[in-house]
Design a protein around this ligand. Structure first.
Ligand code: SAM
Length: 350
């Protein structure tokens, strides 16, 4: 089966699957604080079939996300099943293979699917070893303050900080690395955490990645002034130690930096101030089985409905090819014609 290419010539190689939109944290910049899921989830065998068809069409990276993916019973077995899918390297353009081998984890082999997971880390310490044994390649842990009290205020959950730090350390210990720690900075909440995260990167040996706050929150509080931009992060970090930019792959979302003494890596994902839509290689499947071609899509494409109506794998593939052709050229954050996405981040899968 030929690989997936959209109408702007972007190869789609990266799939994110949200396996639940429930979350045990209520981060202030993400959720309003309400409980529970809005959309429900599917049996793992349905996600597995979707992944199998998409892997046969050139997907080589699958990231499990949510909501909080570690809340979902059976996630370890799901990872094990995913490892049995073999990427369709045949017919992959040389340029793309070049990208893959040098890509972020530097572990990608065209022979095996790269399986990653994004988690808030609360349950990671107890699950890291079994996830590794099941074949997970690496984890990204979200963490928005290096301070227990601030962390509790942001997540609106008491005592989470120690769990998350233990999760990060367990992930490193069992070899789910390079461990990345994602931090969303929001003005008025945690922009003073830039330097503490720089120290964390150096002391814990993790790659800290700052993500610019995007208008994807339930509370609709985003405005340009709430975004702590790439330039501001680099300038603040320089008050501690200067950063030196290092090469990153075109398809990589993060700009990469090392400290001037070579110890510690920082990434900055700047979709607002430095958009990278032209190199986007991602599509997403929501927990209820809809394809989203962009975080900022104003509609979903109901893949699960196709399955319920009895489509064969070949029919699903053709349908997916048509959906990918509708992938948006870019987001319009901050522009007068910006229309908010039809779902917020927790219900899409970040
Ligand atoms: N529960 C998992 C976690 O905490 O990583 C996975 C889902 S969470 C929605 C995925 C990522 O999206 C987290 O790193 C979170 O900080 C980020 N995120 C949530 N809302 C965001 C927003 N409005 N702008 C940028 N990143 C956001």
């Amino acid at each position: 089966m030929g690989i997936l290419i959209d109408k702007f010539g972007r190869a789609i190689t990266d799939l994110r699957i949200s396996i639940t939109d429930r979350c045990n944290y209520k981060c202030v910049y993400c959720r309003t604080g309400n409980e529970g899921a809005l959309y429900g989830d599917l049996p793992f065998e349905d996600y597995l079939r979707m992944a199998r068809v998409l892997v046969s069409m050139g997907i080589i990276k699958v990231r499990l996300t949510g909501g909080e993916p570690l809340l979902r019973k059976g996630v370890v077995d799901f990872v094990r099943e995913l490892t049995k899918l073999k990427p369709n390297a045949y017919g992959t353009p040389d340029a793309l293979v070049g990208n893959l081998q040098a890509d972020e984890g530097a572990r990608l082999s065209i022979a095996n699917l790269d399986i990653a997971l994004t988690t808030n880390g609360h349950l990671l310490a107890e699950m890291a070893q079994e996830l590794k044994d099941a074949g997970l390649s690496r984890v990204t842990v979200s963490m928005d303050a290096v301070d227990p009290d601030r962390f509790a205020r942001i997540t609106r959950v008491p005592n989470g900080y120690d769990h998350v730090l233990a999760g990060i350390r367990a992930a490193k210990r069992v070899g789910l690395g390079p461990v990345k720690v994602n931090c969303v900075l929001m003005r008025g909440f945690n922009e003073d955490q830039v330097i503490p995260f720089g120290m964390l990167a150096r002391e814990e040996g993790v790659i800290v990645r700052f993500i610019e706050f995007m208008p994807l929150e339930e509370g609709r509080v985003w405005e340009p002034a709430t975004v702590v931009t790439l330039d501001e992060i680099v300038a603040r970090m320089a008050e501690y130690r200067p950063l030196v930019e290092i090469a990153h792959e075109r398809s990589e979302t993060a700009r990469r930096y090392r400290f001037d003494d070579g110890v510690g890596e920082i990434g900055i994902i700047a979709p607002v101030s430095h958009p990278f839509c032209g190199h986007c290689s991602r599509i997403r499947i929501t927990s209820d089985g809809k394809i989203r071609t962009c975080l900022f899509s104003v509609w979903d494409h109901d893949l699960h409905a196709q399955m319920r109506h009895g489509a064969s794998d070949d029919e699903l593939a053709e349908w997916i090819r048509g959906v990918v052709m509708k992938k948006e050229e870019r987001h319009h954050i901050g522009e007068p014609d910006f229309v908010p996405a039809s779902r917020t981040m927790v219900h899409i899968g970040g």
